[in-house]
Structure formats: structure tokens, C-alpha cells
Design a protein around this ligand. Sequence first.
Ligand code: GDP
Length: 138
Amino acid sequence: MNNRTFTIIKPDSVENGNVGKIIAHLEGEGFRIVAGRMTRLSTDQARAFYAVHSKRPFYNDLVAYMTSGPVWVMSLERDNAVPHLRKTMGATNPAEADQGTVRALYGESIERNAIHGSDSDENAAIENAFFFAASELI
Ligand code: GDP
């Protein structure tokens, strides 16, 4: 499964009408969409998804932002999926993201930064299973 990763096109991107452009950007980078849908995270889901950040000062704000509107979740496939998606996304802070990356193009701030991508193969498997049934991940 190390050719798989997971992404969330975040609430700011949905709000700003950038979902289609971001999906096209990812397809242009050679990602195949394995599964995808629009959803809205509950507070419990957002807290669980970002549990690793629960001690960080921005945790409550992050949970509030991620539940503020619908998101688009996707399972993606490509060679070197995890590192390639991270490179395609750009740095966490859009102001520091390389030119042409999704966050440089569409992110608004270090919090409202357009897109999430798994940071390891292990987390990609966990995050894909968080949103999709095994039968969807074919
Ligand atoms: P990522 O892997 O690049 O998404 O970054 P992290 O895992 O470090 O952080 C998770 C998410 O928390 C980021 O994508 C941002 O939406 C948010 N975030 C990270 N750092 C900060 C911060 O310093 N302040 C605020 N408000 N949000 C942050």
C-alpha cells in the first residue's frame, strides 16, 4: 500500500470554489483517484483525526476550522504517493510554500492552508481507513 496516500481538500478550498482546480492539479501530478467524496466532519471526527496535535495550542482552533464547512476527502494512488503529495502541497504555511504548490496557489494562512496530506505510509493507511471502507479502496 505504499503507493497510496490520503488527502482532505479543506473547508477554505470548498468555500472558495477551488475543489475542481485542486483535483485537476493532483491529477496533473499523476495521482489516480481511488475513492473520494464530499463530507462534513463532526467535532468528534476532527478531534480524533488530529489527536496527534491535541496538546498543541492551535488544536481547538484547528478542530473548529475543520468542522466549519464541508470538505472533500480522497484516497490517491501514485508512485511515491506520500512524499509526492507533500511536495505537491507545499509547506504548512502558504507564505513559505514553493511557488506553484497547492498551498501557495490556494492557501490563505497557516491554518486555512487548502489541503491535508498524510505524512507517512502508516498514517496514509490509518487515514484512508478512517474515511473509506476496505471495499472502496480498490
Ligand atoms: P501539515 O502536515 O503540513 O498539514 O501540518 P501539521 O500536521 O503540523 O498541522 C496540521 C494542521 O494544523 C495544518 O495543516 C494547519 O491547518 C494547522 N496548523 C499547523 N500549525 C499551525 C499553527 O501554528 N497555527 C494554527 N492556527 N494552525 C496550525
